[in-house]
Design a protein around this ligand. Structure first.
Ligand code: CP
Length: 325
């Protein structure tokens, strides 16, 4: 049974709203009040980083990063976050250097590593792998991306970016554009957006639209206004536009990828027609979907968004590992 279903808080005082010693597999594991607590704590972490305050909340603790898929932001920002809190880091960034190549199962890998570390951060190409890992781990597991399924801490710093830029989280028009079938960031972000009662316009060609069951779930659970479209023009009135790259590695048919690789581009021409205050967000890495010509514009917040990964992941690690806010 995954630890996310267990309550480990009885043995230790905790002020982190039920996050102590918990797995984080899906954004749906978190209540709205837990998300608000994480975002508040992220703001404190950001202040500490900005003022160069030395933090030692996780001294003597170790985080293991097990990355079976490539990453720049997620692994390095988790490692930075842990070290900023005084903790240590072990792990691998190339699965070919792990004993997985000798045929060791994910279950055995996680079981063993959980005896070396206090928390495991896992990225894996298979949807459901983080939940599987949590079943075999003796320490909390954070899902850092499992196939096309989810990337919950990405959604947390996406929400943090919206809060910092818009000074509110509710009542916004959010357009989510591009490869909505395959981008795991979307499958977490949309739930975070819905939790705060924002409207969502999912903009994608039919073949790459969000799965029907997700649309139904969002509508049933949150009752928010949801639209579907395939035209970028329909994002002009949005307060937030969020566009991940086309997920080349998840297309079974290379010809299909080629057909959609350059389907949408956010550029100066689009922004000249859009709401003046629209913010352009992306989980990065960026390919052709965001033109470099807009990088210096105030609307473009994707690099700031990437930087917020550190304070938000500090908050998550601190709350799960110490039980404190
Ligand atoms: N946003 C994100 O997950 O980036 P990486 O793949 O570089 O970790």
């Amino acid at each position: 049974m995954a630890r996310v279903l267990k309550d480990f808080s009885s043995s230790k005082p905790e002020s982190s709203g039920g996050l102590y010693d918990r797995d984080l597999i899906s954004i749906k594991d978190l209540s709205k009040s837990q998300v608000i607590s994480i975002l508040d704590e992220s703001e404190s972490m950001l202040k500490a980083l900005t003022s160069r305050t030395k933090l030692e909340h996780l001294q003597y603790m170790i985080m293991a990063t097990l990355f079976f898929e490539p990453s720049t932001r997620t692994r390095l920002s988790f490692e930075s976050a842990m070290q900023r809190l005084g903790g240590g880091v072990i792990g691998f960034s190339d699965a070919n250097t792990s004993s997985g190549v000798k045929g060791e199962s994910l279950a055995d890998t996680v079981k063993v590593v959980s005896s070396y570390a206090d928390i495991i951060v896992l990225r894996h190409p298979k949807a459901g792998s983080a939940a599987e890992a949590a079943e075999h781990s003796d320490v909390p597991v954070i899902n850092a991306g499992d196939g096309a399924s989810e990337h919950p801490t990405q959604a947390l710093y996406d929400l943090f970016t919206i809060k910092m830029q818009k000074r509110k989280l509710e009542g916004l028009k959010v357009a989510i554009v591009g490869d909505l079938r395959n981008a795991r960031t979307i499958h977490s972000f949309a739930y975070g957006v819905a939790m705060f009662k924002n409207s969502i316009n999912f903009i994608a060609p039919d073949q790459l639209q969000v799965p029907d069951e997700m649309l139904k779930d969002l509508t049933d659970k949150y009752g928010i206004a949801i639209e579907k479209s395939d035209s970028l023009n329909d994002a002009k009135e949005a307060d937030v536009i969020y566009i991940p790259r086309m997920q080349k590695e998840r297309f079974a048919d290379p010809q299909e990828y080629k057909r959609f690789a350059n389907y949408y581009t956010i550029n100066k021409k689009f922004l000249s027609k859009a709401n003046d205050d629209i913010i352009v967000m992306s989980p990065l890495p960026r390919l052709s979907e965001i033109s470099t010509e807009i990088d210096q514009m105030n609307n473009s917040v994707y690099f700031k968004q990437a930087a917020y990964a550190v304070p938000v992941r500090m908050a998550v690690l601190k709350m799960i590992l110490s039980g404190q806010k």
